[in-house]
Design a protein around this ligand. Structure first.
Ligand code: GLA
Length: 384
């Protein structure tokens, strides 16, 4: 046995304590659950932190089954939080444009807040000009979900469930919704959705995360390059309701069939405020889990790939952000600070007989799977 002087022993003990402290603060792979405040009605809100074997982590809170943090490495292995959001629950409660929210019962717009189904006429909240947006005044983004840890071979996972009663926000039928978030050890955030109803009802569920691959505290997203595997899109009127037409993107600002800088043609994208806020018709047609999008940020080397079973994706470039919201770490969210890739069925489908149906019938199960995969790439040759 080697003998140590007393000063050596003190130093070794100190080093051991520092090492133990580091182990305690850096959570290993798995799921941790903690309190994240309470709603004004006093309902407690919890957050679930999923950490995978490579140290990536995703945090989802029970208010709105909201993705609040997503830490992924840059090309040098430094973790950065790549989704917009707030440091505390108060930021979310004060009102926000669906940062990381689970959106339902119907993501995107329904014209005039009205639709007919089996001869019945249904009236929804007009919470976006004349239209109903993202489930109405109190959609699934503003309710507290039940949650628990679930076991998945692919990596740490948590399940969020919500019971949406018949008539809630004007929609017919009791709807039971289940969403499982898994942060796989292959560095994918997999979001799986299920729903069952007792009356026919439209269902369109999505996640509304705003990504900024440079890190959410950084400059805007116009320098990111984006590819969308979509040759067509659904043109809209000036209230963002589809005209019913399905048009080619070729020759328009909406052509992202090859990687293109988001900012390159944005001034020609139309809209007020100007920018992308369009439903792209995926070439996969939603037949299987397929690549829908790829985004790259040259500075960090971060790359995001999105796969989905849905037939459409709303590419939204954060046009309505205007600097009035201060997010995590004091970042001011100016226009184009983050972008969304919302997997979905097409907007206003309940009023568009030509679009793939969104009606869920009793006895059937609604299913949706979307995977966001994270990787990095080396700098381009010649780049500093
Ligand atoms: C969706 C819509 C946008 C906007 C955002 C939230 O992406 O398509 O028009 O409403 O949600 O601000």
């Amino acid at each position: 046995m080697t003998s140590h002087s007393s000063s050596e022993t003190v130093l070794m003990c100190a080093a051991l304590l520092v090492a133990l402290g580091a182990m305690a603060s850096a959570a290993g792979p798995g799921v941790t659950v903690s309190e994240f405040g309470a709603t004004p009605e006093g309902t407690p809100v919890e957050q679930y932190v999923l950490t995978n074997a490579n140290g990536l982590s995703a945090t989802i809170m029970t208010y709105g089954a909201t993705l609040t943090h997503l830490l992924v490495p840059d090309r040098d292995g430094n973790l950065g939080d790549i989704v917009l959001g707030f440091d505390s629950l108060d930021g979310y409660l004060a009102g926000h444009p669906y940062f990381g929210s689970t959106v339902g019962r119907y993501a995107n717009r329904i014209a005039g807040g009205k639709f007919t189904l089996d001869g019945g006429e249904y009236t929804l909240a007009q919470n976006n000009g004349p239209n109903s947006l993202h489930g109405g005044r109190k959609g699934y983004d503003k309710v507290v979900w039940q949650a628990k840890i679930v076991r998945r071979a692919a990596g740490p996972a948590a399940e969020f469930t919500y019971f949406s009663p018949d008539g809630e926000e004007g929609y017919p039928g009791n709807l039971s919704v289940r969403v499982v978030f898994t942060l796989t050890n292959k560095d994918e955030l997999k979001i799986e959705y299920w729903a069952r109803t007792d009356k026919p009802t439209p269902v369109n569920l999505t996640n509304h995360a705003y990504f900024n691959l440079a890190g959410a505290e950084n400059r805007g997203i116009l320098g990111h390059r984006l590819m969308l595997d979509a040759d067509r899109y659904t043109p809209v009127d000036d209230t963002l309701i589809p005209t019913g037409e399905i048009a080619p993107v070729a020759g328009t600002a909406l052509d992202f069939s090859r990687l293109k800088r988001i900012g390159k043609d944005i001034k020609q994208a139309g809209g007020d405020p100007v920018g992308y806020d369009h439903n792209f018709v995926l070439n996969s047609k939603g037949r299987s889990l397929s690549l829908a999008a790829r985004a790259e940020e040259a500075g960090s080397g971060r790359v995001l790939e999105m796969y989905t079973t849905e037939p459409g994706v709303q590419f939204y470039s954060g046009n309505f952000l205007d600097g009035s919201l201060t997010g995590k770490g004091g970042a001011i969210y100016e226009q184009y600070h983050g972008f969304c890739l919302e997997a979905q069925h097409f907007p206003d489908t309940p009023n568009q007989p030509g679009f793939p149906s969104v009606i869920l019938d009793p006895g059937r199960v609604y299913r949706q799977t979307t995977v966001y995969r994270f990787l990095t790439k080396p700098p381009r040759r010649g780049a500093q």
